[in-house]
Design a protein around this ligand. Structure first.
Ligand SMILES: Nc1ncnc2c1ncn2[C@@H]1O[C@H](COP(=O)(O)OP(=O)(O)O)[C@@H](O)[C@H]1O
Ligand SMILES: O=C(CO)[C@H](O)[C@H](O)COP(=O)(O)O
Length: 557
């Protein structure tokens, strides 16, 4: 039954890498009435464990789960206030999360890091999606699956990522067996937050498919897992498998506790959890085959529906109904995008740039972009590889690292910044070309996420991929997508497609390729490909040796 929509509201909450963002949305047309952001108090733990001050090894990335509940307590009430909205009008709440962000929990859903006996154990904390320290486990998972010709491997482009559930779970078994034995389940944060809202643990089909190797109703076999590590034989049965909820379903009603946290009414619909990338496609009205949505933030996720099932080398995964029911949902990605720009701003820009930006009341990103925009393609003489956080697609290898070629004594911060912007555009071009070469058409490129705030970056992408860029109509794309799922879960719309049509928004062809720039980048891209294949496809092992030497120097395996 489609409820009378006039005056009804829904709340969407997007849990990004650095912060959570809540949006109050009008059900009838998707108008965003108010929003609020809450930065995670503990941020991303990459250097030390807060409870002990002990250093974390390289490539670790943890979070503190109480930060997520703090988002519910702070951002939701603040968004309601900003919207001047009454909780009486809110009929549902939806959430999306970064993935694969994993939490070892007790049967009651308590994260193990909240237990006194595990507060000093790094493996008891949330493993954020960008935790890349399980690459050894991921390599073994991939190699054994290839040797056994496991039928699920091609669904992930032939490579299983260190970012995903099985690599992270195997790392816990092998490095912290007591955590592994104690955890009742290894839970996606996308589902843990819905559990906090409803009291129900419902495993969403999206992350199960893309991050948990759930294909055609099955997980990897016990026989395969036993060969990987005898202690891992029952990982699916004992730690992972759980009844699945479909996108747009209701996971339950808002609990009394969560109603107190959020200021919303107990019992309103709470939609099944979702991934911050996939939830954005309906918000951008881009759920038809060929419409690729790039959710550009600290990382970039490329999500796109396809009418047919194809094997696309190095993509993150293809899941039946992973984005919208009835279509094959493809995902690819770049594990470092905004993170790379942020790293350079924080660690590579001279103080005078920071002082100038401060004096002008703009960010250093904006200052560098303003200076870099004055250049022609190729003017800085630099070429970079965008692998500072490893390579997610198409090489799926987090032992790779960043590279900048062409630096001279004349190189300035704006030169390097522009080269890094361009490198991420070349990485996206690589992904698009790989889809097209595998027979999956890419007919429209739609951008969403925090990076749409940078017009220079957007123009460089249009020039490098030689396609116009459509831009999502919302600055809060993922949160709007979650609101759309909440509206479906509350019965306001029959399905995601209908809700997207009414509540999503997109502006077509906002950035158009500039022919002269397209020609210049076409030439530079051939050099990018030379570096990409030389350092990324095994011709040269320097990057791996550098990472291995760094771990040894730090006294780690
Ligand atoms: N003007 C800008 N241009 C390019 N990158 C930016 C700019 N402002 C912030 N960033 C980067 O964008 C990222 C934040 O993206 P956002 O989408 O807001 O967060 P999240 O990825 O957590 O959802 C950070 O990595 C930051 O370094
Ligand atoms: O892999 C993902 C989705 O499949 C992660 O959620 C994404 O890469 C992290 O998101 P963000 O860049 O917004 O922090």
């Amino acid at each position: 039954m489609v409820l009378a929509l006039t005056g009804k509201l829904v709340v969407g909450v997007d849990f990004g890498t650095l912060s959570g963002r809540a949006v109050v949305v009008r059900v009838e047309d998707g108008a965003e009435l108010g929003s609020a952001v809450f930065e995670y108090p503990h941020g991303v733990l990459e250097q030390v464990l807060p409870h002990t001050g002990d250093p974390l090894p390289p490539d670790w990335a943890l979070q503190v789960p109480s930060d997520y509940v703090d988002v519910l307590k702070n951002a939701v009430p603040a968004a309601l206030k900003a919207a001047g909205a009454s909780a009486q009008d809110v009929i549902g709440i939806g959430t999306d999360f970064t993935a694969c962000t994993m939490i070892p929990v007790t049967a009651g859903g308590t994260p193990l890091c909240d237990l006194p006996e595990f507060q000093a154990e790094p493996h008891a904390y949330v493993k954020l999606w960008k935790h890349h320290a399980a690459q050894g486990q991921a390599d073994r998972i991939t190699d054994l699956a290839a040797a056994r010709r496991e039928k699920w491997l091609p669904r992930y482009g032939g490579l299983i990522s260190s970012e995903w559930e099985f690599a992270k779970g195997l790392q816990i078994l092998e490095e912290a067996p007591e955590v592994y034995a104690t955890m009742w389940r290894f839970v996606e944060a996308a589902d843990w937050i819905v559990w906090q809202l409803t009291g129900n643990y419902v495993r969403n089909a999206c992350t199960a498919g893309y991050k948990g190797i759930h294909q055609d109703g099955e997980y990897p076999s016990q026989d395969y897992l036993r060969e990987l590590n005898p202690g891992f034989e029952n990982f699916v049965l004992d730690k992972l498998a759980h009844p699945l909820g479909q996108l747009g379903d209701a996971a339950g009603g808002l609990s009394e506790q969560a109603a107190e946290w959020t200021g919303l009414r107990p019992g309103i619909a709470v939609s099944v959890g979702n991934v911050d990338a996939h939830v954005t496609a309906p918000a951008a009205q881009a759920v038809e085959p060929g419409q690729m949505v790039a959710i550009m933030g600290t990382s970039t996720c490329h999500v796109m529906n396809g009418a047919e099932l194809r094997e696309v080398p190095g993509m993150c995964g293809v899941v039946d109904g992973g984005i919208a029911p009835g279509l094959w949902g493809y995902e690819a990605g770049q594990s470092g995008v905004g993170d790379i720009f942020g790293w350079f701003v924080d660690h590579g820009v001279p103080p005078e740039y920071h002082a100038t930006a401060r004096d002008r009341g703009i960010s250093v990103h904006e200052l560098l972009s303003e200076l870099a925009a004055q250049q022609e393609p190729g003017e800085h003489g630099l070429l970079a590889l965008d692998w500072h956080s490893g390579n997610r697609s198409v090489l799926v290898d987090h032992e790779l690292s960043g590279l900048i070629v062409g630096q001279t004594l004349a190189t300035r911060a704006e030169d390097t910044y522009r080269a890094l912007l361009e490198a991420t555009a070349f990485g996206t071009r690589m992904i698009i070309d790989t889809f097209i070469d595998a027979g999956v058409p890419v007919t429209e490129f739609v951008v969403a996420g925090g990076l749409i705030r940078n017009p220079l970056l957007m123009q460089i992408y249009a020039d490098v991929i030689d396609m116009p860029l459509s831009v999502i109509g919302s600055e809060n794309g993922p949160a709007l997508g979650s609101a759309i799922h909440a509206a479906v879960a509350a019965g306001a719309y029959p399905d995601i497609r209908a809700a997207a049509k009414a509540m999503g928004s997109v502006e077509r062809d906002v950035y158009r390729p500039i022919p002269a720039n397209v020609a210049a980048y076409e030439e530079i891209f051939t050099d990018y490909l030379t570096l990409h294949d030389y350092f990324g496809r095994g011709v040269n092992q320097v990057m791996r040796r550098l990472k291995s030497r760094r771990r040894r120097a730090k006294g780690l395996r």
